[in-house]
Design a protein around this ligand. Structure first.
Ligand SMILES: [Mn+2]
Length: 342
């Protein structure tokens, strides 16, 4: 496998075979399609290969991803803390997927800080902050799900991918690439998608569940955002949408409803930078997306206590919404040159 160094793949493969029985897989808090897909995919493959494996997600995830799992898969730490802690204690290996900083673990963080169990990290975010026994990290890859496939191939477990694993991994790839529309220009992504389809992944079903499976209220909230709440700044090739708690309530907001809203302004001709602000528990949560070279993670890191990928990042700021919006607008002139180049 060229993406990973062969020696560490051989070592991890020997080690999995000789010393590992009980595995716990953990993705990041507020798990998205890639976090859920990569975790459930890896889990099913490990189960088929004879390991005892569990997925523990820190908190609830969007219900449209439910079909990728089954009863008790995944476990939700916030609902089943004692059982999850026991499984973590008993595990002889932890897989961390789709994050690289313990801060991204929500309520599991405190419990895991003292844990000494060996960790295998599989992730595609920059600047890993976790000391893992084995680290498979590549920021050039579409999704953690794609990396999981590479990992499975590299350690010789490919024959254990069934329909459940194939669906979950393809869902991760499709979720993180917006159905192959961004960060999806490499041959390997399509090779792996093809292999997963060969093994039973249902692309149409995945697309339907990820993109055509929303409530009427969510659709109306999107309409409201685009018609009433979107500000476009053509001179800075940027746009902003922001929502208050009151507005979210009005539309019977559920976690996951606003997933993807930040992408819409990028469909406007000339817009290369899009921001979405939302009030949550007294802070303003921010999401940024860009096209081209503009580094949203630098922008977010410098001004909104966040980070992520170049074209997709998040953060938060403890300010009233009006001030957060004013801050964003006041920063745009400083980035005019970079936005013009993007
Ligand atoms: Mn991801």
């Amino acid at each position: 496998m060229e993406r990973f160094d062969v020696n560490s793949c051989n070592r991890v493969s020997d080690w999995l075979r000789s010393s590992v029985k009980k595995i716990v897989i953990i993705p990041h808090v507020n798990p998205d399609g890639d976090a859920i897909g990569s975790s459930l995919g890896l889990n099913d493959i490990l189960l088929n290969a004879g390991f005892e494996s569990h997925v523990i997600v820190p908190n609830d995830f969007p219900t449209y991803l439910n079909w990728l799992g089954s009863d008790g898969i995944p476990l939700i730490y916030e609902h089943d803390t004692a059982k999850c802690n026991l499984l973590i204690d008993q595990a002889d290996t932890l897989f961390f997927l789709d994050f690289n900083d313990l801060k991204r673990l929500g309520k599991i963080e405190a419990y895991l800080r003292a844990n000494q169990t060996p960790v295998i990290l599989i992730d595609h975010h920059p600047d890993p902050q976790i000391k893992a026994e084995y680290q498979f990290s590549d920021t050039d890859v579409s999704s953690t799900a794609e990396l999981v496939y590479d990992f499975i191939e590299a350690v010789g477990l490919l024959k254990h991918i069934g329909t459940i694993g194939a669906n979950a991994l393809l869902a991760g790839i499709i979720a993180d690439t917006g159905s192959f529309s961004h960060n999806a220009f490499r041959h390997s992504t399509y090779r792996i998608a093809g292999e997963l389809i060969n093994r039973g992944a249902e692309k149409e079903r995945i697309n339907e569940s990820l993109f055509n499976n929303f409530s009427e209220k969510r659709m109306r909230l999107l309409g409201y955002c685009l018609s009433e709440k979107m500000e476009v700044f053509p001179q800075y090739r940027s746009a902003l949408i922001w929502l208050t708690t009151k507005e979210l309530k009005q539309y019977d907001f559920h976690p996951g409803d606003i997933e993807g809203f930040v992408n819409y302004p990028l469909s406007i001709n000339g817009v290369v930078f899009s921001a979405f602000f939302m009030e949550k528990n007294g802070v303003v949560k921010v999401s940024f997306r860009s096209k081209g070279s503009f580094s949203t993670n630098e922008f977010s890191g410098a001004h909104f206590n966040g980070g992520g990928h170049r074209n997709a990042s998040g953060g938060e700021i403890k300010l009233p919404m009006a001030e957060a919006v004013a801050l964003f607008k006041s920063l745009l002139p400083d980035y005019a040159f970079k936005l013009a180049q993007s």
